[in-house]
Design a protein around this ligand. Structure first.
Ligand SMILES: [Zn+2]
Length: 187
């Protein structure tokens, strides 16, 4: 009788543990896969949320779309020579949009003559439409102004502007497009 129990219990226990091991592996595998998938999904959704309004193009794409001057200034952080741009002495009523992506950046209401030879504004149309970055190039500490939608380099902002902000957004004409306001009769 002892032998009978011994010879039947051992195979049963073996099968039992094999099953346990197999089921354990089978349960663990899909669980960890699901966790990976869901965390990946969350990251993807987060990126999409933040990036939905952004304009992202490769260097090569920008080079095809923009004029050489626009590309050099907007995508390579260049600067146009003073008193040469199309808007430094321009006085039309309207808004200035980004030459790369069309984002509305500045209004003629905040434009002033700074005497520097570059279009100058004391505020952007909205703080959301531009981003500011510290720029330590050329042995100077400056604050770079960038289009918040496409990352185009626009110019720099200085703290010697007129009231009410006392800021001077010094912007390259080449990265701006002027859009005239409609005359009163057409509004
Ligand atoms: Zn832009």
């Amino acid at each position: 009788m002892k032998d009978f129990i011994k010879y039947t219990t051992t195979p049963v226990l073996l099968v039992f543990f094999t099953l346990l091991l197999w089921r354990g592996m089978a349960w663990n595998a899909p669980q960890s896969k699901e966790q990976n998938d869901s965390s990946r999904l969350t990251i993807t959704l987060g990126e999409n949320d933040n990036m939905k309004d952004k304009v992202i193009k490769s260097d090569e794409e920008w080079r095809k779309i923009l004029t050489p001057e626009e590309y050099r200034i907007a995508r390579k952080k260049g600067t146009e020579p003073p008193f040469t741009g199309k808007y430094y002495d321009f006085k039309g009523d309207g808004v200035y949009t980004c030459a790369c992506c069309g984002n509305t950046l500045f209004s003629s209401d905040t434009k002033f003559n700074s005497g520097t030879g570059w279009p100058s504004f004391w505020a952007p149309v909205s703080q959301d439409n531009v981003e500011l970055d510290s720029d330590n190039s050329l042995f100077m500490q400056r604050t770079e102004v960038v289009c918040s939608r496409c990352g185009a380099h626009l110019g720099h902002v200085f703290d010697d502007g007129p009231a009410p902000t006392h800021l001077r957004y010094c912007i390259n004409s080449a990265v701006l497009n002027f859009v005239a306001e409609k005359p009163e009769t057409e509004k």
